[in-house]
Each structure stands twice: as C-alpha cells, then as structure tokens.
Write a new protein. Sequence first.
Length: 395
Amino acid sequence: MRRFTVLVFLIFVLPFGLFGQTPSTSADFDKLVDETFDAIYKFNPSSGTADGFHLYDTRLEDFSQASIASEISTSKSSLDKLQAFPRTGLSESSSADLDFLTARIQAQLLDLETIQTWRRDPDTYTSAATNSVFLLMSRKFAPEEERLRSVVAREKLIPGLLEEARKNLGDVPRVYTEVALDDLANTPGFFQHDVPKAFANVKDAKLLAEFHASNADVIAAFKKYETFLKDQLLPVSKGDFRLGAENYRKKLLYEEMVDIPLDRLLEIGYADLRRNQQRVKEVAALIESTARAAGIERRVISKEEIVDRCVLALVNEGARILEEGMALRASDIDVIYLTGYGFPAWRGGPMFYADTIGLANVIARIEQFGQRLGALLWTPAPLLKRLVTAGKNLI
C-alpha cells in the first residue's frame, strides 16, 4: 500500500510515547514529528484531509517529475533527521514511535525510487483524483458550501494530474492497465451523479456554476484518459508486475514491520493454504449434504447477488453500529473500508454506496434475502427503516 494512514499514530500512539522522557527530549521529538508530517502532507494533501488537517483541502497530489524529485529529496532529508535523532532520553513507546515514522518514510522512498508506482500503475492517478474528492464529500467537517469550494479547487487540478499520468506511465504490466480500465468504466458516473448529489443543498448560484464547469472538465478528462489507456497504453503494456524478492522483503519490513525471512513466510503460507484447502473441501461436503437433506436446490448465484450479499451485509451491520454508538458517523465507517480494506474509492464506501442505490432498495433487497436465507442474518436494521420513513440518507 503506497500510502497508509498516520491518524492512528497521531491519536493513539504518540501521546503515550511522551511519558517517561525529559521535557527537552519531548519537545524536540514533538518538533521532529511535526516537521515530518508537514513534509508528508505537503506532497500528499489528501492524506492531510483524511487525517483532519484541512489547510490542505484545496490542494491535490502533484505527480509532475519536478514534484516527485522534490518529494524524494524531502523524504531523504526527513529520514536523515529521524535516523540521527538520539534515542537517549526517549521512552520505550516514543522509541517505537520513532521506528514507525522511520519505516513510513522508508516505505515512501522505496515506492518513489524503486517500485515507482507512479510510473507503472495507471490506477494510481484515478484513485488519487477520486479519493481526493470523496474525502470532501463524505467527511462533514464543514458546511457544504465550504467543502464544495474545496472540491472545485481540486477538480480544477485533476485534468493536469491525468496529463502527468500520460507523461509518466511506462513499463506498465498489462494487468495494471486492465484493472485501471475496469475502474475507469465507472469513474465518470461518480462525478456525474454522486458528487453533485452530495452537494444538493448548496444554493450559491455562482459557486454551483463554477462547480458544474469544473465537474464537466473532470468528466471529459477521465473519458480522455480512458481512451488513452485503451488505445495507446494497453497495446504496449508488457511490463513485469513482479516486485522481486528484495523489494517485497523491504515492503514487508517498512510497511508491516515484518522481518520474518521470505523462505519461512512461504512455508507458513503454504501450510496455511493446505489447511484452508482441506477445510474448504470439508465445508463444501457439509453444505452439499445439508442442502440435500433439507431439500434445498443448488443454484448458480449471479455476480449481482454476490455483490449484494457481501456489500449490503456491511451496510446493515454499519447501520447497527451507528445505532449502538460505536461509530459517530456513517462516513467514518466508509473511511475505514476505503483506507483499510481496499473498498473501491469510486464507490465511496459501503454506506455511501447504499445512499446512491437508495435505502428503500437496500431494505427491499435485505428482506428478499431474509425470505430466502433466513431472518436471523437478514433483517433490516431499524435505523435504515427510520431513515427511509424520514426521507433521509446515511450520509
């Protein structure tokens, strides 16, 4: 994962690291952390937005060669400062914080200089653009008008971002281009329908006119980008998608802090695979015998039903979590799925997706599953019903 969230570090890790160290050491460490995150957000403004630092809301990731070179230089400077920081006087937890931040910068440099996702993966650009706008749609940290102004500012930069993609991409594995094209098939619809819907209550005519203009430019730019990928990049996408053992070892070390030798990891993986294969056989046999005994006819399940049964289960459970007060906002649930579980950014997260297809339709589908599969697992959450009755959405 090219960028992983640093919010957990800021909220849950750093404060505990300050105990057991001298005031001067604590102040120096705080200053170093602030400088490091300032450098991170300078080149990754969407991460700043995601982590609640809204001075970055009008900026967009810059993939120009000059910016990439500057990010590499800045990251190396940050890494030098982190590695030179004296550990004497740091508490054990603050020392761990230092290790975490050092690994974060090392991972960034590995990607920028060696793996070069920006050069080899066309979906990098689609995801950066859609995620930058989605964050402003889903996180209701400010009035709609203020957030829409930030959307307009970022949208004005998206065509330029996609032009940089055309300049940068080379040695692309075919599967990367194919995946990017799959995502792009739905991206214009995200900007045509979902983005305007998120700001439906804005009344400022001048702002809306500016938004409609920038939004139309973005849609046109993505269609142009899709044509480029399909007609020009796909035929020459013959790169090797393999990272290589050394790069994979470093990614595990920097991003996951896993230092187990690869040979041993492979042994663990194959052993787990064999256990899972055996369990799949056992469960499949159990399902077949149980279905036969219950007189249930086996059937082919469509792709659409598979998606509904997976995603609507997330939506229903998310609604229950909101009712129980375990999550503050539906958009917070979406952010977790987007940043932690790889939910496609152009879908906006399961809760946002539910709003786009209509909560009444969500309830109807859940009730259909309840009739066929049992109400124990498929009963609509009360919150969903209340929202439909009130004519409201989750987000």
